[in-house]
Design a protein around this ligand. Sequence first.
Ligand SMILES: Cc1ncc(COP(=O)(O)O)c(C=O)c1O
Length: 430
Amino acid sequence: MHAISITINLNTYIVDIFEKRVANLGPLGMYGAKGDGYFMFPKLEGEIGNKMMFRGKERLVWSLNNYLGLANHPEVRKADAEAARAWGLAYPMGARIMSGQTIYHEQLERELAAFVNKEDAFLLNFGYQGMISIIDSLLDRNDVAVYDSEAHACIIDGLRLHMGKRFVYPHNNIENLRKGLERAKKLTAISGGGILVITEGVYGMSGDLGKLKEILELKEEFNFRLLVDDAHGFGTMGATGAGTAEAQGVQDGVDVYFGTFAKAMAGIGAFVATRRDVVDYLRHNMRSQTYAKSLPVPMVIGSLKRLDLIRTQPQLKNELWTIVDTLQNGLKDNGLDIGNTESPVTPVFLNGGIPEAAQLTIDLRENYNIFCSIVTYPVVPKGVIMLRLIPTAVHTPGDVEYTIKAFADIKNNLASGKYSSGIFPDFSKL
Ligand SMILES: Cc1ncc(COP(=O)(O)O)c(C=O)c1O
């Protein structure tokens, strides 16, 4: 008898991950071919300000988080340029813990901590990675996290690393937060862990505020620590610009304060501020900082200048809020729905599908020369179009008046069916 031998090449059955990925580009990627360069990855050119160039034409820009107008402030530009000339962009080389420490990093940390009224602070290379590591290093598997459903992606990604339990509560729903805390209390009674509540100060999409005061009222009963991501509140909210908790009169109740330089500071980098011994713990344990290069000194010196301007020139914040108030009141008076914003972030909610949103955006950009961010499903529910305006100190009353009128037109156009052909427009033909 002869044995029959069959050889199977197992490699034929292994899916190629490249092929798998490019077959499904994801909820945004699927519009890449039609939308990149216009709706996504647009190139805004020229000096950062209220007016910039887009596809060769000047547009009124409402999509930059340059709240206080610091991006192009002459003193900021000078400080950045002088520091870059003096130090170069490479210095210091290495992570803070190895060879990347400087007196400037330490000075900025001292000044930031004093500004937000905490004992100490530590710089983060990017807010995003920093937040991931704050959560990762604060929690172990016995701890429970309780967080708001609209938390920023960096909070969600930090929680993805968390090996213990986490409970989400519907956005700003304090009743549900309480339920989450009750469950957390039961679990930690068994595990011996602690509880971390995470919220944002200003919610960056809708502009409403985390209910810090109400959250803190639960602290005595549930003995948690509170982490606040105040990316959009730092520099814009509160009497001194120290953020949302200052605005709500509860700065002392915030256990861990997080701010980024990417918004009001018009730079890059971020910081975490808390009790000195906890900062000490964090700076030795945050993996995204221990295993990554230190912020370049020109960025740090530039940030010292920005912080100085925030502290000493309150008129920047006043100018911002004058623009915010006239814009938001004018939109409301013209029947536009701006949701529950209590911050400079100004959403305008309309109804329509993605093709309508795209046509409306083209009308705004090409016929009104207004450039703002547009948000559709999956970030907002299906059928909702959110246009997001970010007022800044460098916008003028004329910009506001013009924009309110344009938005009133757009709303009427949408209602009259001007954008409802159902066709996703091809901007390359514009
Ligand atoms: C609420 C919130 N948290 C964190 C971040 C991340 O900050 P960074 O841009 O410094 O990485 C952002 C920025 O988009 C944000 O809006």
